[in-house]
Design a protein around this ligand. Structure first.
Ligand SMILES: C[S@@+](CC[C@H](N)C(=O)[O-])C[C@H]1O[C@@H](n2cnc3c(N)ncnc32)[C@H](O)[C@@H]1O
Length: 267
């Protein structure tokens, strides 16, 4: 790991963590004063942050529904799981296909502490939780292979996590390694905060807040940079769009997020 930000977080309530800031923005209770302070400071600069968090979570639901439904996927590798909340990946997928197998991965101890809520699989399916850093990609693949059959299609979901991986840690290489380990017909779902979806002032302000107040890196990337992660896949319609514009449910809440999202099918 070559990042100037440290590796897996310790359980430290004095510094804001992305998992807990996100929990706060979604209205959860698993957050501390430092998380709330960072979130509130960020919202002054980036008021769309709260809508963006909710829109991202709703994108997770629609993307998983699509993958388990129309795309017929029965295996998920969900990396950057976050603190369990309503509509976790296995609940959405197993609601459609109870035999679905889901492997969750996160490196934050608070997510590990809540992992039991992720291990409530249907009898026909299965779930597993791996406490690991995305940058230890081979470890994740080796452990995931104990539950998932990596010779059959897998949906790899990287939702609101690649923003914590600086370029110096080679996020393109990490995504390529994950997708290289699964067969053609597998899927990749990514959501990522967009540097081109914020004003220049907001972007500078958020970068400053992240540097001062958040333990992990928090990087915005352009639509073009996010599109590069999908190399070797064909994007499912409507392509790489703001998350709320990806196959929206009728009557969904209005707003404009600052988050790109897409689903691609491996060629
Ligand atoms: C903002 S939450 C997103 C949760 C969920 N994927 C969603 O979109 O609703 C990002 C999660 O990624 C995790 N994360 C960040 N960097 C990570 C890394 N290098 N390895 C594993 N997990 C990481 C954080 O701990 C956090 O729980």
């Amino acid at each position: 790991m070559t990042s100037d930000k440290p590796g897996p977080p310790e359980f430290d309530t004095s510094v804001a963590h992305q998992a807990r800031i996100y929990d706060y923005l979604l209205g959860g209770k698993d957050n501390y004063a430092a998380d709330r302070a960072a979130a509130e400071t960020g919202l002054k600069i980036w008021p769309e942050g709260a809508f963006t968090a909710r829109a991202n979570r709703a994108f997770l639901g629609r993307a998983v529904r699509y993958l388990a439904g129309e795309a017929g996927i029965r295996q998920f590798l969900d990396i950057g799981t976050g603190i369990p909340t309503a509509g976790n990946t296995h609940q959405v997928a197993q609601g459609i296909a109870p035999e679905t197998r889901v492997v969750y991965v996160d490196y934050d101890p608070i997510v590990l502490a809540h992992a039991r809520a992720l291990l409530t699989s249907t009898e026909a399916g299965a779930t597993e939780y791996i406490d690991a850093d995305l940058r230890d990609t081979q470890t994740i693949l080796d452990q995931a292979a104990q539950l998932l059959d990596l010779t059959k299609p897998v949906a790899v979901t990287l939702l609101a996590i690649l923003n914590a991986i600086p370029d110096s840690d080679d996020p393109d290489g990490i995504v390529a390694q994950l997708m290289g380990a699964v067969p053609s017909g597998s899927y990749l779902a990514i959501s990522h905060p967009g540097s081109d979806l914020l004003s220049r002032e907001a972007l500078a302000g958020m970068t400053d807040v992240a540097d001062r107040m958040i333990r992990q890196a928090f990087i915005f990337r352009s639509q073009e940079q996010v599109a590069r992660f999908f190399e070797g896949t064909d994007l499912v319609a409507p392509g790489l769009v703001r998350v709320e514009e990806w196959r929206p449910d009728p009557g969904s809440a209005p707003g404009r997020s600052s988050m790109w999202g897409a689903v691609g099918r491996k060629r």
